[in-house]
Structure formats: structure tokens, C-alpha cells
Design a protein. Structure first.
Length: 224
């Protein structure tokens, strides 16, 4: 390899930027950095303990992912999806999620079906940890459909509406409906009925779309 002209040494500054991106992404997805929250390089430099250059690069990458956006006033903020974006996201989700469910019915093992049912049972109306349950439900479903590209596409959509899902999960009555929707979906999957499961998924996405619009209004009211 010597003299080949290759230089594969890892640059420390790149590793730092990656860690900053991971830390900020996790804070946004977990809700520690709320939607609409203004993000300044000075504050993030203090919070992360890294240089402004690393913070600036991390913010650029998070903008590309749609998790950070320009603020109407000034600077950057944690993204709040617009009504148009929500419609576009749910139009796509309404097509892809039933497909994922059909593939899950066809390809998932009995252990994965049981795992999905177990997670669905954990949905607690009025509980404060349902966002984590919804995320785990999605993971079991996407793993079981055996289509990494589809999983990546849906995972990206879920990331774009992470804040809406969290607010929606806390909306009175929504988790009661979700629990029944999941029960209907799991029942169809247990029967290995791809058509019934896909239809249950469509009903769930339709209800989620309506709930997302309410959640968006709440986020806009709370935004800086």
C-alpha cells in the first residue's frame, strides 16, 4: 500500500462533527430540543463543548435531513412541518405503510408477529411513554417486511413528522383510538390476511393524518 497515493487516515474533526450531528439529532427526536426552538451556534457550542465550526457543519447536515429549518424571524430553529408538507408526507405514507404491512404478513416469522402484538399491547391511553412504543412498533414492522429500501423510506418520513407524532400521542383520546387500530392490524396479521392488514393500515394512516393536523396547530402555538 505504501506509495500508492492513498490516504485513509481518519480526521479527528470529522469524527467530532459526526458526534455533534448524532447528539443534536437525538435531542430533536427525543423532544429535548422542541419544535420551533431557536438554535444558535453560541448556545450549541456551550451545550456540546465543541467549536462553532463543528456546530455549523452539524446544523447544515440536519437542515439537509429536514430536522432544522430557517426561522421566519432570524437564524435557525427545529423544524415545524407546514400543512403542505404534512399532506405530502401522509400521501406517501398512505401508500408505503400498507405495502410494508403486506410484506410483513408474507415474510415475517411467527416470533416477529408475536413481538409486534406484544408492543401493540403496550400502548397505554393516557400514558406518557407512547412515543417510544410507536417507535418500537415501527421498528418491528419494518424489520419484518424484509425490504431495507422501503424501511429507509418510511423511516425518513417518520423522522420528518417526529414532533407531530409525539404531540399527537399526548392528545386526549388519540392513544385509545391507536390502541384499537393496532389491535385490528395485529389481528389481521395473525390471520396472515395481507388484504385485511393493508386496509387496517390505511385506516390507521388516515386517522393519523387528521391527528397530525391538530398537532401541527399546537406546535405552531408553542413555537418561539
Amino acid at each position: 500500500m505504501a506509495g500508492s497515493g492513498l490516504d485513509l487516515r481518519v480526521k479527528q474533526d470529522k469524527l467530532v462533527r459526526d458526534k455533534v450531528v448524532d447528539a443534536l439529532r437525538e435531542a430533536i427526536l427525543d423532544g429535548a430540543l422542541q419544535p420551533g426552538r431557536r438554535l444558535t451556534e453560541r448556545e450549541l457550542t456551550e451545550l456540546t463543548g465543541v467549536s462553532r465550526t463543528s456546530v455549523r457543519e452539524a446544523l447544515r447536515r440536519l437542515q439537509a435531513e429536514g430536522l432544522v429549518e430557517e426561522s421566519p424571524s432570524r437564524g435557525l430553529r427545529v423544524s415545524i412541518p407546514t400543512a403542505e408538507e404534512i399532506e405530502q408526507i401522509y400521501e406517501i405514507r398512505a401508500e408505503l405503510e400498507p405495502l410494508a404491512v403486506r410484506l410483513f404478513v408474507e415474510r415475517a416469522t411467527q416470533e416477529e408477529v408475536d413481538a409486534l402484538a406484544s408492543v401493540a399491547h403496550e400502548v397505554t391511553p393516557g400514558g406518557d411513554s407512547n412515543k417510544d412504543v410507536l417507535d418500537r412498533f415501527d421498528k418491528v414492522l419494518l424489520d419484518g417486511c424484509r425490504n431495507p429500501m422501503l424501511a429507509e423510506l418510511l423511516g425518513g418520513l417518520y423522522s420528518r413528522i417526529h414532533a407531530l407524532r409525539r404531540v399527537s400521542a399526548a392528545t386526549p383520546g388519540r392513544m385509545t383510538v391507536t390502541k384499537q387500530e393496532y389491535a385490528d392490524l395485529v389481528e389481521a396479521i395473525r390471520r396472515r390476511s395481507a388484504a385485511d392488514a393493508a386496509e387496517a393500515a390505511r385506516r390507521h394512516v388516515a386517522a393519523a393524518r387528521a391527528s397530525a393536523k391538530v398537532a401541527m396547530s399546537l406546535l405552531e402555538q408553542d413555537a418561539d
